[in-house]
Ligand binder design. Structure first.
Ligand code: COA
Length: 144
């Protein structure tokens, strides 16, 4: 993800989430040396993105979305595969993320990547008071 991608990224973000990240939030991630920020492109157009940051040895998947016209074409799968390949090369403690309890499609996708539900944050989402599932995946070292 580069500065020039952020217009398209923010547009996808706004159509994808009830409480979208601001442009500043993405700028902060681009400036963060502990973050990995990816975009997926088709014909030079940004169609999806993934933002991840490492904190105390754990990779936190912070934001993932795909343009609605391009969903169910394995765009998110490819973003995640690229990230796991890159992040798995260096020692770390594992991966975590939060997802709305109602977001069945995303939960299924994360489970297919080896994430398990490790807890619940009650009323985590301020727009509707929905619970978040905390999902966790061990590092490759621990799986070996
Ligand atoms: C969740 C999201 C990123 C998935 O992106 P995608 O590119 O469509 O996902 P993929 O095509 O790689 O899906 C891989 C698998 O995950 C599961 N999956 C993904 N979306 C699904 C859905 N809406 N319903 C059911 N299963 C789904 C399926 O098992 C799918 O494989 P299949 O198509 O062979 O059945 C996309 O729907 C999105 O941007 N949603 C809005 C934002 C969001 O919820 N982000 C996640 C926040 S934690």
């Amino acid at each position: 993800m580069r500065l020039a991608d952020l217009g398209a990224v923010v547009a996808i973000e706004q159509e994808s989430f009830p409480k979208p990240w601001s442009l500043n939030a993405f700028l902060g991630q681009l400036a963060n040396e502990n973050s990995l920020n990816y975009v997926a492109e088709e014909d030079g157009r940004v169609i999806g993105y993934l933002v991840v940051t490492q904190f105390v040895g754990v990779w936190h998947l912070l934001d993932l979305a795909v343009h609605q016209d391009y969903r169910r074409r394995y765009v998110a799968t490819e973003l995640l595969e690229n990230f796991f390949e890159e992040s798995g090369r260096k020692p770390h403690r594992g991966y975590t993320l939060e997802v709305r309890k109602s977001n069945r499609g995303a939960i299924k996708m994360y489970e297919s990547f080896g994430f398990i539900c490790s807890g619940i944050r009650k009323g985590y989402y301020s727009d509707n008071g929905e619970d978040a599932l905390i999902m966790w995946r061990d590092s490759e070292d621990m799986l070996a």
